[in-house]
Design a protein. Sequence first.
Length: 335
Amino acid sequence: MAPKLEAIPTIDHKTATLALSPLLISEVSFQLVPGNDARIQDSLESSSLVRILKASEPFPHISANDLSPNQPGRLIFIGDIHGCLDEFEELLTKLNYLKDTDILVLLGDLVGKGPKPHGVVRKAIELKALCVRGNHDDLVIRWYNYLHSSSQIDPNSLNEADFPFKDFRLKGQHVEIAKIMSQQEYEYLVNLPAIIRLKGNNETLIAVHAGLDPQKLLSEQESSVVIRMRNIKKSGKPVEKKKDGGKSWSSVWELTKDSVDKDGNASNLKPSSDLAQISKIFYGHDAFRGLNLKKYTKGLDSGCVYGRKLTAYVYPQNEIVQVDCKGYAPVQPNK
């Protein structure tokens, strides 16, 4: 039986906010062996590598007890899957993914646009994958909350005039996903954090769906922004739509990061004080710009649902692995 949720208050602004804000940051500690294939080096048999999760609040899908000690492995970051289950499984096979040793990090938007959204979520649950919340995941979460917020709501006779969010569409795919979503699938999505900070191998890695504001501490980032932003305007304001101007947030991040020395001092910009501690940021969300690999930022949304590629970034080998995708949705304009 679906859980009863409190009614969502009506809001009236152009950019949808989160009905249930995710945990902002979840933390993971790891120690992996560098090399071309860390899993098959004979010398590792007597090593003491341990992966341990640490979070300010419990991360619901993996605990230290779930992880095998004394095992080498890889961090595998995968871009937007968007319901493309067949391609997701093909990519895992191509990666020779090992559930007991590899750490799988999904960059959000598991659902929306593609043919098998529920299958993708169930696969993520099965693999105990780490994942961040994407904007399409968020929309399905809000739809689910709305449909379960009152016994008076009939999913088969919805009225757009009653909708609490401006991005709700009666004929959209997201409402149909929410209507038949299981409680287990919902609980997986609703518990995804906005940001995952991974610390290990003397580096700090960040997983986030859309981006980060370089002028804010991680603890001060806004969940509703980091799952939607694409550009940063000259004023420093992050924006969701490219038509609103500014430069890609990743370009701004690269420029800001290069202006910070090892002590965190900036030459001309005003980055956050913890900026210098972040080694790499892995993100998705921006299929129009596609695979976008820079020094500090790795954009992995390569447009799988539009018939292009599904991409994985393998760390610490720093390798890209891709599979071709069939294409299930019309190509979106450069918004």
